[in-house]
Design a protein around this ligand. Structure first.
Ligand code: HSE
Length: 344
């Protein structure tokens, strides 16, 4: 049995989702995996912070913020530390990074990840920015410090994608990936096919909590682009940046185009694709009218899917949730268990 001291940087939707999972599953994780976790610090730029080496009661912390309170009101511990101060002061073994990220600069998430890795902490993050922009540098830093840097939740939330390649496709060579990597736009295209108007369906996706805070990131393809960069670099071993990849979203898809495709036995999907040919990467994000017998054409609603082209297994497709409080919270649990299994 090993108990991991953990610092949570960011305690919004995903952080609270993770905390709820940890509370619900702590007995099972102890019994089945010999895995224990003690949160010794939480820092959130909106919800305040508490650093308490003796451990923070997650139930109390969730109740506090759900009632509109601040973590600064948690009984005991040191208060008011920002993310970097928390990372500097904490004695945690693992930093879970769930703060926000500007996809153009990767900040402030990248600074959090770097500070924790430099300190010799394992890092699990769901933030695409640091991974899409600085993966080689962060991996090298983690290697030098002999710690793990994991980011399963950056692509398709907790649906096994990066770990699927790392673990289950180990030994196969993956030459291409193609997927529906954004739930909002897939939901929108599915509803538009049923006759709903673009603006109405976008508003509905926002209500349902699929869309990014700035929905341009979804409809213009930027969210899928960040995921294609991560897949290109992590799965195909390329070294590309978002600006190297052509990106077109769904803003110009009209009901007429959708009807015309349907009449031809096709369906529009926003496809993120990356292929390695003779050592050269060809990658794009764009709407594609897929024939209905393509496995990706049958994936509707906010669900995501990805097909890996492999040498030994041919095409392998994984289908599952691409977003959500519990689903993304689970991606972090999967990373924590990976750290536990390889280091305990
Ligand atoms: N807005 C994203 C989506 C969330 O719709 O898929 C997950 O990155």
């Amino acid at each position: 049995m090993k108990t991991w001291k953990t610092a949570l940087i960011g305690f919004g939707t995903v952080g609270q989702g993770l905390a709820e999972i940890l509370l619900a599953k702590q007995k099972e994780l102890k019994a089945k995996e010999g895995f224990g976790l003690k949160v010794t610090a939480i820092s959130d730029f909106k919800l305040g912070s508490v650093l308490r080496p003796a451990g923070i009661d997650l139930k109390k912390a969730i109740d506090l913020v759900k009632k509109g309170g601040s973590l600064n009101d948690y009984p005991g511990g040191t208060k008011g530390l920002d993310a970097l101060q928390t990372i500097a002061k904490t004695d945690a073994d693992i930093m879970v990074e769930l703060a926000y990220t500007d996809i153009k600069t990767g900040e402030p998430a990248t600074s959090h990840v770097k500070a924790a890795l430099k300190k010799g902490m394992h890092v699990a993050t769901t933030n695409k920015g640091p991974v899409a922009l600085f993966l080689p540098e962060l991996q090298a830093l983690a290697k030098r410090k002999k710690v793990q840097f994991l980011f399963e939740g950056t692509v398709m939330s907790g649906t096994p994608t990066l770990s699927f390649v790392r673990r289950n496709l180990a030994g196969c060579t993956v030459s291409a990936v193609a997927g529906i990597l954004n739930g909002t736009t897939n939901y929108m295209l599915t509803e538009m096919e049923k006759g709903m108007a673009y603006d109405d369906v976008l508003a509905k996706a926002q209500q349902l909590g699929y869309a990014e805070a700035v929905p341009d990131a979804d409809v213009k393809g930027w969210d899928a682009l960040a995921k294609v960069v991560i897949l290109s670099n992590y799965v195909l071993g390329a070294n590309v940046k978002p600006d190297d990849i052509s990106c077109r979203g769904i803003t110009k898809i009209t009901p007429d185009m959708i009807k015309k495709a349907a009449a031809e036995g096709k369906r529009y999907k926003l496809i993120g694709r990356a292929e390695l040919k003779n050592g050269k990467l060809k990658a794009s994000v764009k709407p594609v009218a897929l024939p209905l017998d393509d496995p990706l054409a049958g994936v509707g609603g906010a669900t995501n899917a990805i097909t890996f082209e492999t040498d030994l297994m041919g095409p392998v497709t994984v289908v599952g949730a691409g977003a959500g409080r519990v689903e993304t919270g689970f991606s972090v649990l999967a990373d924590l268990l990976e750290i536990h299994r390889s280091c305990a």
